[in-house]
Design a protein around this ligand. Sequence first.
Ligand code: SF4
Length: 336
Amino acid sequence: MKQTNLSIFIPHKGCPNTCSFCNQRFISGSERAPFPEEVREILAAQVPLLQKNNLQAEIAFFGGSFTAVDKDYRRELLLAASEYVKAFPEQYGGIRCSTRPDCIDEEIMEELKLFGVTAVELGAQSMNDEVLKANLRGHTAEDVRRASGMIKAYGIELGLQMMTGLYGDKPEYCLETAREFAELKCDTVRIYPTVILKGTMLDELREKGVYNSFSFEETVELCAKLLDFFEEKNIPVIRLGLHASEEVAKQRTGGAYHPALGDIVESRRMYRKMLAEMEKIGGSRFVIYTDRKNMSLVSGHGGCNKQALAEQGITFKMKEKSGVLLEIHAADDKRN
Ligand code: SF4
């Protein structure tokens, strides 16, 4: 059975924080917090669809700092979700939520455990205190360590979210953040390259000319390294980049944003593997065997790998080989 998330957006209205990248007016103005009865209606309506598609969903309360919203409201939402997990265990495999690292304590953990929450994602953003401070996050790296330890101690899956290219950030700080995430034994990671939105502190800094996040190229290189690192550590990266949205495209004034960022980064990783292998073999004409499903990855997003190799005088033909990711031969190899 395939796994999926059924996301229910819970905006954090009246959030007392002023994170540099967040446009609260946009967030709180456009989204209304759903009533618990509406959540029940959504969950009930999804049951036959999940059954039909042989899917099991986690009910995901995302969008803001779930554990910081009004306690009674939060409990009603958790009650609604837990009713559906109990009634339809085949269709609803658990409950997940996202929150801030400083909004986790023993009382909250008891509550999450009581309602059967299976995963908590923390918006850590960076493990560098200077970066956290410069971006007015209002929490420290130590808060992330403490909250992560608590979530793991309660036997709940730990997800950590990081941003790259915040004000004062450097690629090496991001790699250090990744290393700390692995030390905290997180179960999943989400990576969000900073997108500068209108009306944020980052946008003001950009207008003053003192900040402009990492370039697109720097971001692709960095994200490729981060994916290599998390793959080596066996930690799934369940999201790279913001979901494509018209609203983000409209509000964006800078930062690395592309609706297909994940594909572009995966293409870059494949390019590096291909180039390393080709350099080992030597020559400039190759045949690449790969499974049909990997062919676009080998060519690269929009043919970027083919083009980048051609610029170095390297050409290749692709041949289909089932179950193979990458097998490269010199073009004059008799095995072709
Ligand atoms: S990102 Fe920061 S300012 Fe925006 S809602 Fe979350 S905690 Fe509040």
